[in-house]
Design a protein around this ligand. Structure first.
Ligand code: BGC
Length: 361
């Protein structure tokens, strides 16, 4: 009897162990499924980060001007908020390096490239390389010419030049003008100049305005602008009535030269970008105006459209711009004039700079 009982106990223990083992396997199986099932994974992640697998490369020319630091920060934030991974490389004003960096980003598997080209023309190679790897290209702030660019997003650069020239001709409708341009390697510099001369031309034709000096500024550097302005002053025995500069960096260089001749604050100067130093000069009275471009808006719109393009969606844009090869789908935002009368309502209201930064209190 006892033997019989032991046998039954052994059988029960055996069955109990088997049940435990099977239960354990089932549990493990469920866990594994939860961790690896693609369906469960995508479903649970769709709502929080819909673009989780997208990677966008941002190839920048330079961080020299203050604005590019804002572009870098704001564009990255916008993309990350959309759940996108961002890979950023800075070419430091070197066309060949920019191409090499883009190649690296392509082999790192970016789904889309956003490019601020250093050299408008040689950047066409970037588009070709990207396209042959199936990667679309967005031209950010500066257009890439003679290439099949997928999207161009910027501010209306011709309008920037027009705003500058209108502001200065209102103050100085007659006299000797100096034009300190941007870098000739940058298509924006060409558009800015076009805008400036659209406004100046009737005054030039009537003989009221004479452009006594007109020069590009290599690499947009304030130092080259300073040298050009000194040359302009010397060649014209300081008989200058107004200065229009490509941006605030070059305006700063020109104002330094004017300061050395005791002319800062006497001769009106225009710039663009609303750099903090330029706004402070407007407050001090050595710079007349700057064309402010709300970078936050550019970054937001560029991020949204880039994600749509990267996902293969059709994008809605308002205009097309010919880049010498195709009609590029384009978005152009509007610049705003900032002068001594509207600093609070523009850049301070937009938190582009704080009141403390501008006024120092
Ligand atoms: C940009 C300006 C900038 C300049 C120099 C231009 O293409 O539009 O905002 O100041 O480049 O970097």
């Amino acid at each position: 009897m006892e033997k019989h009982f032991q046998k039954i106990t052994r059988i029960l223990v055996f069955f109990f162990l088997i049940i435990q083992l099977v239960a354990c396997e089932v549990e493990q199986g469920t866990n594994i499924k939860e961790e690896t099932s693609p369906n469960l994974f995508t479903e649970s992640n769709t709502e929080s980060a819909p673009n989780d697998n997208l990677k966008i490369g941002f190839s920048m020319d330079t961080l020299e001007e203050e604005r590019w630091l804002k572009d870098k920060e704001l564009f990255t934030k916008e993309l990350e908020a959309l759940g996108v991974e961002v890979d950023i490389m800075i070419a430091d004003e070197d066309a060949a390096l920019q191409i090499a960096q883009v190649e690296t980003m392509i082999s790192n598997g970016v789904d889309l490239l956003v490019v601020v080209p250093y050299y408008t023309e040689t950047a066409a190679a970037i588009v070709e390389k990207a396209h042959s790897a199936g990667v679309k290209v967005v031209s950010y702030d500066r257009i890439i010419t003679n290439a099949n660019v997928d999207l161009y997003i910027s501010f209306d650069n011709e309008m920037v030049g027009e705003i500058q020239a209108k502001s200065i001709t209102n103050l100085v409708p007659k006299g000797n003008y100096v034009y300190i341009g941007g870098s000739v390697t940058d298509n924006n510099a060409i558009l800015l100049k076009k805008g400036v001369f659209n406004v100046l031309q009737p005054f030039i034709d009537s003989g009221d305005i004479k452009v006594v000096y007109d020069q590009w500024t290599e690499d947009w550097t304030p130092d080259n602008a300073y040298k050009n302005m000194l040359e302009a002053l010397e060649k014209n025995n300081n008989q200058i009535d107004a200065v229009i500069a490509g941006n605030d960096g070059t305006a700063g260089g020109a104002i330094k030269a004017l300061e050395e001749k005791g002319l800062a604050g006497i001769i009106p100067v225009a710039g663009q970008d609303a750099d903090l130093a330029a706004i402070q000069r407007i407050v001090q009275g050595t710079q007349t105006m700057t064309a402010y471009k709300p970078i936050r808006e550019l970054a937001k719109r560029a991020a949204e459209l880039s994600v749509e393009l990267a996902k293969g969606e059709t994008i809605e844009v308002d205009r097309k711009i010919n880049n010498g090869k195709i009609e590029v789908p384009s978005v152009l935002l509007s610049p705003v004039e900032v002068n001594i009368n509207n600093i609070e309502d523009t850049i301070i209201a937009d938190e582009f700079h704080s009141s403390e930064e501008v006024y120092g209190n």
